[in-house]
Design a protein around this ligand. Sequence first.
Ligand code: UD1
Ligand code: MG
Length: 479
Amino acid sequence: MPLSVVILAAGQGKRMRSDLPKVLQPLAGRPLLKHVIDSARSLESAALYVVYGHGGDAVKAAFSGEAVHWALQAEQKGTGHAVMQAMGAIADDEQVLVLYGDVPLIRAETLRALIARAGERSLVVLSVMLADPTGYGRVLRDNAGNVYRIVEQKDATKKELAVHEGNTGVMLAPAGSLRRWLGNLKNDNSQGEYYLTDVVKLAVRDGFKVEAVVAPSEAEVLGVNDKLQLATLEAEYRRQRATELMLAGVTVLDPARLDVRGHVSAGRDVVLDINVVLDGTVTLGDRVSIGAGVVLRNVTIGADTVVHPNSVLEGALVAERCSVGPFARVRPGTRLEAGAHVGNFVELKNTVLGAGSKANHLTYLGDATIGAQVNVGAGTITCNYDGLNKWPTVIGEGVFVGSGAMLVAPIAIGAGATIGAGSTVTRPVPAGGLTLERTEQRSVPTWKAAAKADPEERARRLELGGVPPEGPSGPKSGA
Ligand code: UD1
Ligand code: MG
């Protein structure tokens, strides 16, 4: 049976007190709605419909690359009315699964359990057992346990309010029947809305089998209305991802201080210290050790590599046995080959650092291709940008770059060359030998160190320097 998923996302989300629409609020770095779309997408052959509200163009724009159908609900007249907006393009023989755009942790497995119960004459809802069901619609069952109605909190009697089985809002129904029921909804209730939940009693009247599948946990069906709930779910998400990694054998020093925001795969005996953020696709080889405060985004790291604290790596390939940081910044397009070392306050961008090569201190390497066994001295800078263009630097195998060298690109340095400290090299450097660019050192033995100037001496010195004695004119800074 073909499946269409309708995601309700027209709600305003006033309680967020934010200019960003509710379903665009980020959870683990991705919009709430994106989480729901991803879960829905993992269901086989599902067409996706998102019901959005007026002013929701920002929502559409945020998902421009996503293959979803958009249905506008210009005025919010209730969940039943919302689903109706998407029904136009859905054929009668399909099953319709309704999800909420603000319930981000719903799992595909749970949805599959619902789908397993789908039938031409069945309606399936997802319920949840709640210690405190306040605010939820209550799932009412007869003595045989069959669901006969869902009543909203605001319309419920005292006896109905005592029921602890809440409606999550997730529902699965055959499209043809659902369309008919939605067409028959009335808004004669306390909120004057067309309730999706009222289709339950219409289904019962038509002799349909109505089932409620109980969700395995409360967290996965929790909705987000304000920033407090957003943080609660963020913590829950964090806990789930850390749990998965630990069960896969990763040592996590403090699961409450690990943020997995993307897809992580890890080898054996990987160690993650505190406050690590893993984003995008991260692949960690055997025995990789990630230090405190490290951020990894779209990074692959080979076996036995150590990333020391407070390093930020993005879009990089790091081979085995490398050492990175502390305080290193590795930017997109960078590749570290086996055994390379990148030390503190070193920035690499779009650079290959060859096997066993080292850049250990205070260095910028951009658009550079560096061979094996190269030593890049402290304070080396590839001057790769002329203000308009980026230029490459190529450094051959076994080169020794002395400290404080400026390598003005485009430039090539031949294998085995040594560049003297402090050199500014602008022309090709031949292989081997020493290349030095330096003015000759001289010493002035008669030199007298500065003495405190009296006012007269001060005025004379200012005049000699071409500076008006009253000081520079023009606007005062900070004015
Ligand atoms: C709804 C259910 C209730 C359930 C609860 C779970 C109904 C009538 N009630 O109540 O049984 O326990 O969710 O959280 O269905 N939306 C639209 N357009 C609308 C109205 C709502 O798109 O016109 C969307 C909202 O953005 C939200 C979802 O539907 O994502 C639920 O709406 P909300 O107003 O929160 O429904 P509740 O009153 O909480
Ligand atoms: Mg709600």
